[in-house]
Design a protein around this ligand. Structure first.
Ligand SMILES: [Zn+2]
Length: 248
């Protein structure tokens, strides 16, 4: 049996086909501009969605992947609305992590109101740990890996960000990648039922949030992240003399 190894530096793992775009597209574009190899893993095809079909959404996800200049985008095809931490979902995640060997994973935060998002976070955290254990899932014949770092994308006022990534240069690209999911968002000509995210003001809210998180570090736009582990800082002077906002 030959196994294809397709290593990336950064892997974004989100539940539904437009979640990575809404949450971390600015950071993915920035990391690509810095020369990193990037990929997105969608857990489901979004077949529970009120608007669009799985086929339309798969095409939109590929269009968005091209805008984000991803090296890979793939879908685990777990059942939308029924993403659970199970032996099967953990094993699938372990195999993804061992195949793509990301150094850093971007995913949701465990305190997310959507059950699929919260479960995705748990599957990623447990999968990352288990992927280091040589005797776990030996039948797939994939080598264990060093545990990747995990950045949790934040939107909630209840969680204080560990850091904010300046994505000011990538707002246009992010919004273009989001709009590639045309079936999901506001369009004057659409006759599909309105949802929370297809309302006219939703995309504006995304931009306003980026502006808010950017304001916390004194830039035009930011994406906020929480890291559970203590950060290992080599040079606190270099870190703390970057532009900040004392009123954040
Ligand atoms: Zn979602």
């Amino acid at each position: 049996m030959t196994t294809t190894i397709q290593e990336v530096d950064v892997l974004a793992v989100f539940a539904h086909p437009d979640d990575a775009e809404l949450s971390v597209a600015g950071t993915l574009l920035k990391l690509k501009s810095l020369g990193y190899r990037t990929a997105v893993c969608d857990m489901t095809r979004g077949e529970m969605g009120t608007r669009g079909t799985p086929e339309i959404r798969a095409k939109e996800a590929l269009d968005a992947a091209a805008i984000l200049k991803l090296d890979f985008r793939f879908n685990l095809e777990l059942p939308d609305g029924h993403v659970w931490l199970t032996e099967e979902s953990r094993t699938a995640m372990v195999r993804v992590i061992r195949r793509y060997k990301p150094k850093v994973i971007l995913t949701t935060h465990w305190d997310d109101p959507h059950p699929d998002h919260a479960s995705t976070c748990r599957i990623v955290r447990e999968g990352a740990r288990l992927a280091t254990m040589g005797h776990y899932d030996e039948e797939a014949a994939l080598d264990p890996v060093k545990i990747p770092a995990i950045m949790h994308s934040l939107f909630s006022r209840r969680v204080v960000p560990s850091f904010v990534v300046d994505v000011s240069e990538f707002v246009t690209g992010k919004m273009k990648a989001i709009r590639a999911h045309a079936s999901q968002f506001y369009s004057e000509s659409s006759s599909e039922p309105e949802t929370r995210i297809s309302a006219r003001g939703f995309l504006q809210e995304i931009e306003v949030r980026m502006g808010y998180f950017g304001s916390l570090i004194g830039v035009d736009a930011g994406e906020a992240f929480f890291v559970r582990e203590a950060l290992n800082v080599d040079d606190p002077v270099a870190l703390l003399t970057r532009p900040m906002n004392i009123y954040s």
